[in-house]
Design a protein around this ligand. Structure first.
Ligand SMILES: NC(=O)c1ccc[n+]([C@@H]2O[C@H](COP(=O)([O-])OP(=O)(O)OC[C@H]3O[C@@H](n4cnc5c(N)ncnc54)[C@H](O)[C@@H]3O)[C@@H](O)[C@H]2O)c1
Length: 249
């Protein structure tokens, strides 16, 4: 029970990797704030965590909007107590050639994937438990290290998150807040369904050093470690959870 009674807010926790870390943390005693633009999935995840004996609250909000993120953090602090951590996981995934990127798509991706990280950090600072160590965990990606064709908007966002994580590790460390990022690699989720076929995932597995794709559980366990007191001196890290993709190229 590494997170017993600790309120932890997760953006985009209605499905995929956000749901995965919500399950892991709830099983280890955290009070989980399941926030998502999709209220139905957020409520379903929170309900299933509560049914399993955990503690969770659901919030529907567009977390790319500053005021909405603040409103959620305020409501969660009221429901669960001052925050111990925020997990900036929300994102919108689109892969497409550079000339196809529309203003509408770029605005949506930047808002959900990058602006929400700024608002998540600010809302956490406004509603955190000042008497305890704080934790911010950002979701980057192996694409932050590589120039993969047709991922312009997504890679820009994930590389931005990698940079912001380092900045905040230095800026917020003196206030007792650890800021880290993870880079999950090749994990089938609802987001990737439209862009990577099962056959392509099989092909990918053959080139990943550990010879398989990842699972939400792989990501959740490593993410939980970074949030735990076992990682008390880890600040500004980018942890690859990718079976060796970044290392091997
Ligand atoms: N799946 C992978 O292989 C992989 C690899 C590297 C990094 N990641 C990162 O992990 C994170 C989760 O990825 P996933 O595959 O689970 O994605 P996903 O699309 O399955 O889940 C994202 C969630 O965010 C929510 N969301 C989107 N816009 C929002 C907004 N404006 N406000 C609130 N919620 C919003 C969605 O409704 C959804 O529930 C992302 O940051 C992604 O970039 C995933």
């Amino acid at each position: 029970m590494r997170f017993s009674g600790r309120p932890i807010l997760i953006s985009g926790a209605g499905r995929g990797l956000g749901e995965g870390i919500a399950r892991q943390l709830a099983a280890e005693g955290a009070i989980v704030g399941v926030a998502d633009i999709n209220g139905e999935t957020a409520r379903a995840v929170a309900r299933s965590l509560n049914d399993a004996g955990g503690k969770a609250h659901a919030y529907q909000a567009d977390l790319g909007r500053r005021q909405e993120f603040f409103d959620v953090a305020e409501a969660f602090a009221r429901d669960a107590g001052p925050l111990r951590a925020v997990i900036n996981n929300a994102s919108v995934l689109v892969y497409e050639p550079i000339e196809n990127v529309t203003e509408e798509t770029l605005d949506k991706m930047l808002s959900a994937g990058l602006k929400s990280v700024f608002w998540g950090v600010q809302a956490f600072l406004a509603h955190r438990d000042e008497s305890a160590t704080g934790n911010i965990l950002n979701y980057s990606s192996p694409v932050a290290y590589r120039g993969r064709p047709n991922t312009g908007a997504y890679t820009t966002i994930k590389a931005g998150i990698a940079g912001l994580t380092k900045v905040l590790a230095g800026e917020l460390g003196p206030r007792g807040i650890r800021v880290n990022a993870i880079a999950p690699g090749s994990v089938p989720t609802p987001a990737t369904e439209g862009f990577v076929t099962p056959e392509q995932y099989e092909q990918r597995a053959k080139t990943i050093p550990l010879r398989r794709n990842g699972t939400p559980e792989d990501v959740a366990q490593a993410a939980a470690f970074l949030l735990s007191d076992e990682a008390a001196f880890i600040n500004g890290a980018m942890l690859a959870i990718d079976g060796g993709i970044i290392a091997a190229g």
